[in-house]
Design a protein around this ligand. Structure first.
Ligand SMILES: [Zn+2]
Length: 190
């Protein structure tokens, strides 16, 4: 059970074994079969999903953060330190992004992809968002950053971000309304 957050970071050299999925995204090879089952079931239920963003390397996260900092410096005239502080409210520090594990996927709907849109909070209200929230656990995936979970995850609600944790953990987390942080603490204390 790999926990990655602001307090548990991956090294810059951490790279999982990767396999390609839809939309040129990649995931840890070990989760491909569960990912395929999840997306097939969603499609059969009329809630077709598109993988918007799966594995991201440490270096990609560095450039995402740096791009965000420069934008804030130029558009808002912030100092580097202030811009970095602001950027880190929405972008993870390199090593602290769960996308580096290859165990997480940001989902989009086919119409979002067609419109060239990035993830949005509106996903929660789509057929896809609703289907995932209700059914992902059956395939070993959890809503990683639930509403009211920020106290534990340090990240605001993200209706599009799902994480593979295995069927047993997913079932427990779903039925007890936990965050991964709470679950990991619980199994450590056993
Ligand atoms: Zn994400």
């Amino acid at each position: 059970m790999l926990l990655v957050n602001v307090n548990h970071r991956l090294s810059s050299s951490f790279v999982p074994n990767l396999t390609s999925v839809d939309n040129n995204q990649r995931l840890d090879s070990r989760v491909i079969s569960s990912y395929d089952k999840l997306t097939a079931a969603a499609k059969a239920a009329g809630a077709e999903l598109v993988g918007g963003s799966g594995y991201r390397s440490y270096e990609q996260q560095v450039s995402v953060l740096n791009r965000n900092i420069s934008q804030l410096e130029s558009s808002k005239g912030l100092s580097y330190a202030k811009a970095k502080q602001t950027a880190l409210k929405t972008v993870n520090n390199p090593g602290a992004s769960e996308h580096q594990t290859g165990l997480a996927m940001d989902f989009l709907t086919p119409s979002e992809i067609q419109a060239g849109s990035d993830v949005t909070q509106a996903f929660a209200k789509t057929k896809q968002g609703k289907w995932l929230a209700k059914n992902s656990w059956k395939y070993g995936w959890i809503l990683r950053y639930p509403k009211d979970g920020k106290k534990y995850t340090h990240i605001s609600y993200e209706s599009w971000h799902y994480r593979y944790v295995g069927k047993k953990a997913a079932k427990y987390i779903y039925h007890h309304h936990l965050t991964l942080e709470q679950y990991v603490k619980k199994i450590k204390n056993k």
